[in-house]
Design a protein around this ligand. Sequence first.
Ligand code: GTB
Length: 222
Amino acid sequence: MTITITAFAASPDKGRGQARDMRARWALEEVGQPYDVRLLSFAAMKQPPHRALHPFGQIPTFEEDDVALFESGAIVLHVAQRHAGLLPSEGAGRARAINWMFSALNTLEPPIVELEMAHLLEGDRPWAAERLPMLEERVDRRLGELSACLGRRAWLEDAFTAGDLLMITVLRRLEGSHLLARFPSLADYIARGAARPAYRRAFDAQRAVFLETLRAADAGDR
Ligand code: GTB
């Protein structure tokens, strides 16, 4: 059975590759596994057929034979464990790469998402002027610590791993933010990840979905 993942039919990010299907796409491209994509509307995500796969009614999901997964981190780990290219084969290095995967999702992503949500949903609230600097300071601290770990190296370990893949997708959420501008080595790290041919293929594939919605809307207008 060909692997099938799910993604937004109309991503709110307008083809910027910020939705989490990008993680699954990138991992599959890195290991050279072909995959199909089932595109879902917001309404379809909340219907029983999709909820049977994803209890929270979200994307992405992953299906292959008897394996069905619904967390982007678990999907990347599964792909990395099944196929060569994203995890070192040696025990300690493999464990460290998996450690970085958890670090991306548990230590870096939460303060970044909290800040993003505060800007989006609470920016006009009376407490925003006090809360936003506090949230920014938390992100800034983590970026400083990560930048110190990375140092002058290209990747978090000796070679690119699934830990870098997840870390870069997490850091990309800060693109355009003044917070990232303080850490040029992290901006370079993101650029190095985004220059990988597998990343480009994944990015172009999700962008093609957006361009197709534009084309269809344009044809409908005529
Ligand atoms: N923990 C889960 C995982 O890592 O897979 C979280 C999955 C998740 O948040 N999915 C989002 C979703 O399905 C899409 S990625 N949302 C629809 C819903 O909950 O109804 C989050 C996302 C969405 C949009 C942007 N954007 O527009 O920039 C960025 C990230």
